[in-house]
Design a protein around this ligand. Structure first.
Ligand code: DGL
Length: 262
């Protein structure tokens, strides 16, 4: 089991790697008085190209670790793990607030009532029922174009986000939709880190992600359960990784700075 020493009373936040840091930034902005333990499962990235039962098993182990270390709530800062594991984990831990993320298709579709929304997500997120239902709710294939972005989360994990091969990969994934979509949903928490590069290819359309909505949902759930820290500022953020390469934690800090600057 993963251990998070010294994280009693913290909010546990996890993703398959650096992506969840885009959510962490919004959590810290919304709740600066809370303590957060961020776990990146970089040793098992990408989740989006695994079987749902593997993602459930990995997520369960992490949640067990957070709760065994005294964490008071969990944020699944990963669309893929939310689709594959959130409902099951909520059944297993009914007393704990477990907050997930889902592609921000609702605000995107509402902003473009007659338009077409491009949703970028992992292959597993796109395939699972949760997303298929969401897509159906917001206009189905006529209004929603879902692109499974194979290889993108794993490439973002490597850093060097402005290298030529990154632009080539993004061009391959979204190039075919240039000029034919009215909004873009970043349906994987890794993708906000390449929003600027995507905008250079796709042009002037609005982008949507779920980080701010997730942060508000965490606040609501902590309030409901009377679990807010009561502090207005001064919270701590601690980083953990399943990778034993010390460079990984440095990468998390770099991504956290990057997120805070955006
Ligand atoms: N960041 C994750 C998500 O939001 C998963 C990326 C991956 O590991 O494939 O879906």
């Amino acid at each position: 089991m993963v251990r998070f020493e010294g994280c009693d009373g913290y909010v546990g936040v996890f993703d398959s790697g650096v992506g969840g840091i885009s959510v962490l930034k919004a959590l810290v902005e919304e709740l600066p008085g809370e303590d957060f333990a961020f776990f990146g499962d970089s040793a098992h990235n990408p989740y989006g190209e695994k079987k749902p039962e593997e993602v459930l098993a990995l997520s369960r182990d992490i949640v067990r670790g957070f709760l065994g270390s005294g964490c008071k709530a969990v944020v699944i800062a990963c669309n893929t793990a939310t689709s594959a594991a959130a409902s099951q984990l909520r059944e297993e831990y009914p007393a704990t607030p477990i907050i997930g993320v889902e592609p921000a298709l609702k605000p995107a579709a509402l902003s473009q009532p007659h338009g077409r929304v491009l949703v970028l997500a992992t292959p597993l997120t796109v395939r699972l029922d949760k997303f298929q239902r969401l897509m159906h709710t917001w206009g189905g294939e006529e209004h929603v174009v879902a692109v499974p972005c194979e290889g993108l989360a794993a490439r973002i994990e490597q850093g060097d986000l402005k290298a030529p091969d990154m632009y080539e990969l993004l061009q391959r994934l979204v190039g075919p939709y240039v000029g034919s979509v009215d909004a873009v949903v970043l349906g994987c928490t890794h993708y906000p880190f390449v929003q600027e590069q995507l905008a250079q290819i796709i042009g002037e359309v609005p982008f949507f992600d779920s980080s701010v909505g997730t942060a508000r949902q965490l606040r609501r759930r902590l309030e409901e359960c009377q679990l807010l820290s009561g502090r207005k500022a001064g919270g701590t953020v601690r980083f953990f990784s399943s990778s034993d390469d010390p460079a990984e934690l440095e990468l998390y800090h770099t991504f956290f700075e990057l997120a805070r600057m955006s």
